[in-house]
Design a binder for this molecule. Structure first.
Ligand code: DCP
Length: 230
């Protein structure tokens, strides 16, 4: 049963979920978000939602992620419309533990990926306008609670190496310049805070180290993260 009510800002709220702690893990492609989420998923009382990338690779037998990398001008809006829907669905799903951790957010989908397609000249202005109208309607009318953003700050070079090691088929054409563009958009958004609204406090974790050191950093930051503070 879903209970709908209105928050103090007049936005629609489901099940009074604003009382639970919601932490979004943000960072470049292959910055290690999944490893971070896996680490915390071993802790009780935390619900971990990984990114719905399997859906983006298969919607009713189609692969919008693959299509987007092959021809971003034609398929960028197709992928990003679907990403926006799947992210909204994640944000609004019932939280099953006192703390929720999720990979990325509807915010980075728009402020980083849609923005990058548009700025690099790969998304037609009309597609960008339609996506922006959808995004603004959603964020103005539906409460999307986020309490903390954990930013895994990595160098584009490191991500490029990790991408090559991982060999996800759709991604083998991603050049270093693409990761650099995503990196700069993230830095402007979450570090310089000069581009778009930052919906929650930001905790920065440097993510260029090897796995063992990364796990150690997560251990060190565990209490801060679970208290929802930066
Ligand atoms: N992607 C996209 N547009 C978005 C979100 C993601 O084009 N709005 C693409 C980028 C990647 C793929 O989807 O090719 C998955 O991206 P993530 O970086 O979110 O997931 P990873 O598995 O790469 O994260 P990590 O390696 O940090 O765990």
């Amino acid at each position: 049963l879903t209970m709908l009510s209105y928050s103090s800002q007049g936005k629609l709220v489901r099940n009074g979920e604003e009382k639970k702690l919601v932490i979004c893990i943000e960072g470049n492609i292959a910055s290690g978000k999944t490893t971070c989420l896996e680490y915390f998923s071993k802790t009780s009382n935390i619900e971990v939602l990984t990114e719905p990338v399997s859906k983006w690779r298969n919607v009713r037998g189609h692969n919008p992620l693959g299509l987007m990398y092959q021809d971003p001008t034609r398929w960028g809006i197709t992928l990003q419309t679907y990403v926006q829907l799947t992210m909204l669905d994640r944000h609004l799903s019932t939280i099953s533990a006192p703390v929720r951790m999720m990979e990325r957010s509807i915010y980075s989908a728009k402020y980083i990926f849609v923005e990058n397609l548009y700025r690099s000249g790969k998304m037609p202005e009309v597609d960008f306008a339609v996506l922006s109208e959808w995004f603004e309607w959603i964020t103005q009318n539906i409460a999307i609670p986020v309490d903390l953003i954990v930013y895994l700050q990595s160098s584009p070079q490191t991500c490029h190496e990790r991408l090559r090691e991982r060999c996800r088929e759709e991604e083998n054409i991603i050049p270093l310049e693409y990761l650099e563009a995503i990196h700069h958009l993230y830095e402007d958004w979450l570090i310089k805070k000069t581009s778009f609204n930052v919906p929650a406090p930001v905790l920065v974790i440097s993510a260029d180290d090897d796995l063992q050191k990364m796990l150690h950093q997560y251990e060190e930051n565990r209490e801060k993260i679970l208290a929802g503070s930066n």
